[in-house]
Design a protein around this ligand. Structure first.
Ligand code: UD1
Ligand code: MG
Length: 436
């Protein structure tokens, strides 16, 4: 079963691998044609080979993670860093201790892979050295904080605060643009007939509206850093609260990672202006996908390990890092539609307008062998009443009826794939109508 899972799981990677093959064949053609070897063509013509090296590194990361998880699992059990599988209540597995926080293994191996990238990639692209170092520091910090969360169980207010602290290295070293393009339908709010509107003038007290560009560009200045900090907080927590059934945390991260990689490779292939940023992001994504795929194998139903907040924070921060340093944070958010919906739906519980139990994951019905929506008790003037916990997982069970844990995960991951495809469609077909 796990072997066939591995085969199916590689399917979302195929479009990206196809693009890599095309880039490599272009490299070979150029070598054969012995094109004159000046600086510019050298970078363009060897990108396929570079990507091949990143794939090799990702594959090594995959093998390393796969081999190391069973050993580290033993140490986690010995140290009592474990959790009960709440989706197995009422079965013989109910009281089994499942090793928790195994996200530390892919996280650590990913960092080792990135260090090799630091040697190979950044020495050829010195301008990227600072980016890569700050990315390493932020992801490493988040991994550490995630692990402390798994061991010490931080209260929710700290969970929100931790990613903003971990994103500081990234924000301090950020040297890119702080401007955003205003969507065409909203530009009339800022400028009409070459004149700033009242709203535009008001906005100028806080940010710089580019009047030469007819209000199409706003320099957000320090607010851009705030936006990036919030992006890190969102990405990490959004994955963490869309969790609770075997394979979901890792599965969603894997699919988002495949979509990010595909976007990077399309941009590299069409020689976009920010090609170097996309090579940088693809480098991070290959290592990330390699280790994530290995973890998925162990976390898939029936899970033999839990990934913990360690993995949720690590993957969320990795996405925030590539989105920020690759300058495609808006596209990244398009891949986070399920997480965004889950977050928006969860707001009443997250802000305690409706009681929020520690676990909102669906409850297992041992008689039917299926998951059912879990509930929370609310007190109203008319008395107490049970209401379904406000998560996308429970909403899915309300729509499709009770499902087994594995099928539920497959349905949610299919929704993730559909959202990523729609996100890519929007990015390449609709976005230019809105942003020109
Ligand atoms: C978040 C969610 C919570 C959800 C939990 C599951 C919010 C506000 N919080 O809390 O609703 O229940 O994640 O990860 O939405 N577990 C399983 N099966 C799994 C994965 C986890 O039973 O496939 C259980 C295990 O007991 C494990 C525990 O969840 O020990 C981990 O929970 P933790 O990550 O600490 O919960 P939070 O992130 O605080
Ligand atoms: Mg968690």
């Amino acid at each position: 079963m796990k072997a066939s899972l591995q085969t199916i799981a590689t399917l979302p990677l195929l479009p990206s691998l196809w693009i890599v093959c095309r880039l490599i064949s272009k490299d070979l053609e150029r070598i054969q044609d012995s094109i004159s070897y000046d600086e510019g063509t050298a970078t363009a013509s060897t990108v396929g080979t570079q990507l091949l090296l990143f794939i090799a590194l990702g594959t090594l990361g995959h093998v390393g993670t796969n081999k190391l998880i069973p050993s580290i699992k033993y140490y986690m059990l010995k140290r009592g860093i474990t959790g009960k599988d709440l989706g197995k209540k009422g079965t013989s597995k109910e009281n089994n201790d499942i090793p928790e926080a195994l996200g530390i293994v892919p996280g650590a191996i990913f960092l080792i892979c990135l260090m090799f990238c630091l040697v190979g990639f950044a020495t050829n692209h010195p301008s990227k050295l600072l980016d890569l170092n700050s990315a390493l520091l932020s992801i490493c910090f988040m991994l550490f904080l995630g692990f402390t969360d798994d061991v010490l169980e931080w209260p929710w207010r700290y969970k929100l605060f931790l990613p903003s602290v971990a994103s500081l290295p990234l924000l301090c070293c950020y040297e890119g643009s702080r401007s955003v393009v205003v969507p065409i339908p909203l530009r009339f709010l800022l400028m009409i007939d070459g004149e700033l509107t009242t709203f535009g003038k008001l906005l100028c007290y806080f940010v710089v509206v580019d009047t030469n560009a007819d209000g199409s560009i706003i320099n957000l200045g320090v607010f851009y850093l705030v936006y990036m900090g919030l992006l890190a907080v969102f990405c990490t927590n959004a994955i963490n609260i869309y969790a609770g059934i075997n394979g979901l945390e890792v599965g969603q991260s894997y699919i988002i990672g495949c979509a990010v990689l595909f976007h990077n490779l399309v941009e590299i292939q069409c020689d976009s202006l920010s090609r170097e940023n996309h090579v940088f992001s693809a480098m991070i994504m290959f290592s990330f996908l390699g280790v994530t795929l290995a973890l998925l194998r162990h976390n898939w139903f029936p899970a033999s390990v839990f990934v913990g907040d360690t993995y949720c924070y690590f993957s969320g921060m990795t996405f925030a890092v590539v989105g920020i340093l690759g300058h495609f944070s808006k596209t990244l958010l398009l891949f986070f539609i399920p997480q965004l919906l889950n977050f928006l739906y969860s707001i009443p519980q997250l802000f305690k307008l409706v009681p929020c139990p520690k676990h909102r994951l669906p409850k297992y019905n041992a008689k039917t062998g299926r998951m059912e929506p879990s509930t929370t008790t609310t007190t109203t003037p008319e008395g107490t009443k049970e209401r379904v916990n406000m998560t996308l997982i429970n909403a899915c069970l309300q729509i499709f009826g009770p499902l087994s844990e594995e099928v539920l995960c497959v349905v949610l991951l299919t929704f993730q794939i559909i959202c990523c495809i729609l996100g890519l469609y929007f990015r390449y077909n609709v976005a230019q109508l809105i942003f020109d």
